[in-house]
Design a protein around this ligand. Structure first.
Ligand code: ADP
Length: 458
């Protein structure tokens, strides 16, 4: 088993990993930027080291500083969490070269799946359904036009190295294609340093459904069921549920089988997520595979009882998974609300500041993943997510009622949050009926920002 793990991340996910290590008697090293000097997550580690100034590129993205800390403190593992360096194949390679275990798949697999265009081609070879579109990278607008004519508008131009919903533009007709191409290319170059684009048919009003998998070095691959992450803004998830309740049992099993096929195709090891978009007729299409722990992993943990981070640490230590596929029993329904310090009424602008009063929900079936405390400073340097509220119920309706009361109990003053938006969602008739698609939030934003009026009844 790994003996000392450095957690190359911050905030709630750093705490999540540090807690798992503690339960497994693994020593830990937290790294932090100057802006996080007093952050609670650093106190959950056996040791903590400052790795640089506030700017992420000088701290949480500073590979030299992180590797130097890991070597100096004789760590035998590095857990990257999500975001930052978690899907950086060069970093994973450097970690391995330093004789340290990277808690994730191999650098080769990260590089392969990080190239979404290559990943799609590979999955096609393995007979996974992929979204109709270009066979490979499209070099210019003329080629994009040809491909769009072939698969039909609307289309989506997507950055091959993209992530976080960036480097993606929609075009509804020929006239929009040149602008969409230039905008996607420019964003891809500035965000990812790689401007290559591919083209997909835009699946209209889809659902986003993904399958969690775990694989070990001994050839065991298990799937932990699916998650519905359809509620998004700017292609970024806002609320997630498990299990997905919209597709029939046959399609769900087909997606789960496809996820296992995808993992096997690349010799996957550790935790991974296979993402699909699903159209109104329940056709599903592979879009990408993420090679890290996901923000939304707790909903899967709630319905399976499996601690995914613990399994990641076991697998990285060379141990087999602690369970087999037949042990995976999905129980009840879970919902996660991502709580962000942002102002939905003003274009979702970030709302950093000093938290002067705080009360977090608890009680039966409620889990809160956060490092917030009274007098916490929400700093402006990083992602605005400050907490995840997760509930579990026997049914989706029970989970919704529980989430309503959990949100009612939550008091955060000093910064503006998206809690009222989540609360309104919990009463929206279309949410209650589970009639959702990835444009739902944008389309209903005005209504969701109104104070609660007539109540929907479950
Ligand atoms: P990223 O890696 O940036 O997260 P993804 O390929 O996972 O990008 O796509 C993010 C989101 O964009 C998806 O969850 C889905 O809502 C939307 N999306 C991606 N591809 C398509 C498509 N072909 N048609 C419709 N929506 C799509």
């Amino acid at each position: 088993m790994l003996k000392r793990v450095l957690v190359a991340n911050r905030g709630e996910i750093a705490a999540r990993i540090l807690r798992a290590c503690r339960e497994m008697n693994i020593q830990t090293v937290a790294v932090f930027s100057e802006a996080d000097r007093n952050a609670l997550f650093t106190t959950l580690a056996s040791q903590a080291v400052c790795i640089g100034p506030a700017a992420a590129r000088e701290s949480y993205l500073n590979q030299d500083a992180i590797l130097a800390a890991a070597c100096a403190l004789r760590c035998d593992g590095i857990h990257p969490g999500f975001g930052f360096l978690s899907e950086n194949a060069d970093f994973a390679r450097r970690v391995c070269d330093a004789q340290i275990t990277f808690v994730g798949p191999s650098p080769e697999v990260i590089a392969l799946l990080g190239d979404k265009n290559r990943a799609r081609a590979l999955m096609r070879e393995h007979r996974l359904p992929t979204v109709p579109g270009s066979a490979g990278i499209i070099a210019n607008v003329a080629e994009a036009r040809e491909q769009a004519a072939r698969c039909g508008y609307p289309v989506l131009l997507k950055a091959a190295r993209g992530g976080g919903g960036r480097g993606m533009r929609r075009a509804d007709c020929d006239a929009e294609l040149a602008d969409a191409f230039c905008a996607a290319e420019a964003e891809a170059r500035s965000c990812f340093g790689a401007s290559q684009l591919y083209l997909e048919k835009l699946i209209e009003r889809p659902r986003h459904i993904e399958v969690q998998i775990l694989a070990d070095r001994h050839g065991n691959i298990a799937q932990l069921g699916d998650r519905d992450c359809t509620l998004q803004r700017n292609h970024q998830k806002v609320l997630e549920e498990a299990p997905a309740q919209v597709v029939n049992a046959k399609s769900r099993q087909a997606m789960a089988d496809a996820a296992i096929t995808a993992a096997r195709a690349v010799g996957y090891e550790n935790a991974g997520t296979v993402e699909f978009v699903v159209d109104a007729d329940e056709n599903y299409y592979f879009i990408e595979m993420n090679t890290r722990i996901q923000v939304e992993h707790p909903v899967t943990e709630m319905i399976t009882g499996i601690n995914i981070v613990r399994e990641q640490l076991r697998v990285a230590s060379g141990l087999p998974l602690s369970f087999t596929q037949k042990d995976v029993q999905l129980k009840g329904h879970a919902i996660e609300c991502r709580i962000n310090a942002e102002d939905p009424e003003h274009g979702f602008r970030p709302s950093p500041g000093h938290i002067d009063y705080l009360h977090l929900p608890s009680g039966f079936g409620v889990r809160v993943d956060t490092v917030l405390h009274p007098h916490f400073e929400v700093n402006p340097f990083y992602d605005s997510m400050i907490a995840k509220i997760i509930v579990h119920g026997r049914t989706r309706n029970e989970a919704i009622c529980r989430m309503r009361r959990a949100l009612e109990e939550t008091l955060v003053s000093g910064v503006t949050t998206n809690i009222p938006l989540h609360y309104m969602l919990m009463y929206h008739p279309e949410f209650l009926a589970n009639h959702l698609d990835t444009d739902f939030l944008e389309r209903n934003l005005d209504q969701l920002l109104q104070p609660l009026g007539s109540e929907a009844v479950l």
